[in-house]
Design a protein around this ligand. Structure first.
Ligand code: SF4
Length: 258
């Protein structure tokens, strides 16, 4: 076979790789991201500093595309029902260096001018195993703390805009990719969580200004899903590697993986 590609899968993988490269070039890292709030501060700091994370497995890139498709058709359906107020809205706070992008704002009381009921929605598609593991978990663990913080931050910063003044609540809509099961959680956030978010941003900014690395948190995140290189993170902690050496060490590994 003399074709440029040996299989359909190779075409798709090349497409995803190109897309990932373009995304990498256009991405503006110089912010604290809503999706990382409540996670290891050191990891947030290193990501902002430009330390590369491990390349994604192909499987994860495929799932990412499926997730985007789900987001698109949900937004389309909401629009056709006359309930769509905003989609993929970017939120920024220059002073706090906060940046986030919410999925949807819907009006649950469409057509009523005097009493709209806006709800900010985060759509999360999950693999069946993850979806059902989450459903079986203890009640207060069904929505992870960092996901609540992400959602609460969207609500907090969106609510400050005149156009979204009718925001009344926020919700997470989990969607099982395998069997189409849904699970919806509605939140009326209190001041407490907004204060926690503002405190965390303040803390992160202090570390950033002082150019001081946040401490290693040694918790489940390191073991379970940190995509920073754990060995290098420990060496950094012990002073075996400088920050610059750390950046180079992780970069070389990423290049080799690609
Ligand atoms: S290895 Fe642990 S301490 Fe280091 S960045 Fe990752 S989560 Fe944070």
């Amino acid at each position: 076979m003399n074709g440029k590609y040996k299989s359909l899968d190779e075409i798709i993988r090349t497409y995803l790789q190109n897309k990932e490269l373009l995304r990498g070039q256009s991405i503006d890292n110089d912010w604290w991201w809503a999706s990382e709030l409540g996670t290891c501060k050191r990891k947030q700091f290193l990501r902002r500093l430009g330390v590369p994370s491990k390349p994604k497995e192909w499987r994860i890139s495929f799932l990412g595309e499926q997730g985007r498709m789900a987001h698109e058709w949900i937004a389309r359906s909401v629009k056709e029902m006359g309930c769509l107020i905003a989609v993929e809205g970017e939120l920024k706070d220059e002073k706090l260096r906060y940046k986030g992008r919410f999925d949807l704002i819907v009006d649950l009381n469409p057509g009523v001018i005097t009493e709209p009921y806006y709800s900010l929605v985060d759509v999360k598609t999950q693999r069946p195993e993850a979806f059902f593991r989450r459903m079986r978990s203890a009640e207060n663990d069904k929505v992870k703390r960092f996901q609540k913080m992400q959602l609460a931050s969207y609500f907090y910063f969106a609510k400050q805009k005149e156009e979204f003044k009718f925001l009344k609540d926020a919700r997470i809509y989990y969607l099982d990719r395998g069997g189409g099961v849904r699970d919806e959680f509605i939140f009326q956030f209190s001041k407490k969580i907004f204060n926690e978010i503002l405190e965390e941003l303040k803390d992160l900014n202090e570390y950033w200004t002082k150019k001081q690395l946040p401490p290693c948190n040694h918790n489940w995140e390191c073991k379970k899903w940190c995509d920073i290189y754990k060995k290098e993170c420990r060496e950094l902690e012990r002073g075996i590697l400088s920050l610059e050496e750390f950046k180079n060490a992780t970069k070389i590994k990423v290049d080799q993986n690609i």
